[in-house]
Design a protein around this ligand. Sequence first.
Ligand code: SAM
Length: 319
Amino acid sequence: MSAVCNGSQQQHVYLQHHKNRNEVARRRWKILARALQKTCDVDAALTNVDDIISVRRFTTFDLVTSHPVILNNSSSDPVASWFEYTATISQETYSLSIRHPTRSFTAAELMGFNNTGNICVWPSEEVLAYYILCNLQYFSGKTVLELGGGMTCLAGLMVAKYTTAINIHVTDGNISAIDNVQFIVKQNGLGDRVRCSVLQWGDIQTKPVGKHISTYDIILSADCLFFDEARRDLVETIWMMMNEGGTALVMAPRRGQTYEKFAEEAKMRGFYCKSKQYYNEHVWNRHLKLKQSCDYDENIHYPMLLSLRKMYTENSHDN
Ligand SMILES: C[S@@+](CC[C@H](N)C(=O)[O-])C[C@H]1O[C@@H](n2cnc3c(N)ncnc32)[C@H](O)[C@@H]1O
């Protein structure tokens, strides 16, 4: 095809481009509208720069189940519903009280910082939490940071409640998400163990030279790899905030090329990367079963596990 086009062709291309942008905007608004209606069966499957959005019905691997609960002090929190999130592993039950805000987003919130973490708990976060519960010993005595934990930071808070990790810091770039996590931390009596704050990945590079940056042994992140514009910032944040001998456990579906692109970016930064499709028997069995259902699309739903280290070790995180 010729790269040269005349005036009317240019206008056609221009109009087509705007039509596509309008279409993407229209679909984004539809997703947000559904989020406002709290249907939470929406997957903003942003698989590439063009924001391909797919609506789907798959919401959970059912590894962590949720049931509504009425708190004794619920009248003091009229704009939220509370749920008991529970996982059972080898006959042990693990649970957390989790808050779901019921208020609508304001226009400013919708137009502002990324809201994907306020829509629901994404399956990668669920699987990461479950994986943590299957590997509690791994966290003993470790300092732990969660990045992009969304409105529950479920994985980081499971670490806080059920492991002997020290100094757990859960974060997200969205203030509404973090406001919600503050409630959850308090309700579960984790205030002494958990620090909770807004952390935007782009900010790490603009920190004044000499300003102290805390570093951690283990960094967690779930379903945060599909933002093309933030990928490099996320890699840099992990690099800057990881101890020399530390590990990042990053869970995310492939979502087109986005997982691979993140791994490439991480390698270029100097990380040793290990990618696993099979990392837990139960998760894998659930995945195989789900593959028979037409609502399930491995590419956008099955979380891969990527571990990142600064130093090469033969058995880097081989649980
Ligand atoms: C798909 S959500 C995943 C949330 C949560 N981990 C889960 O799986 O339920 C992506 C999260 O990344 C956060 N995020 C996006 N860009 C960010 C940035 N530049 N800095 C910090 N957080 C960011 C969003 O606020 C959102 O909570």
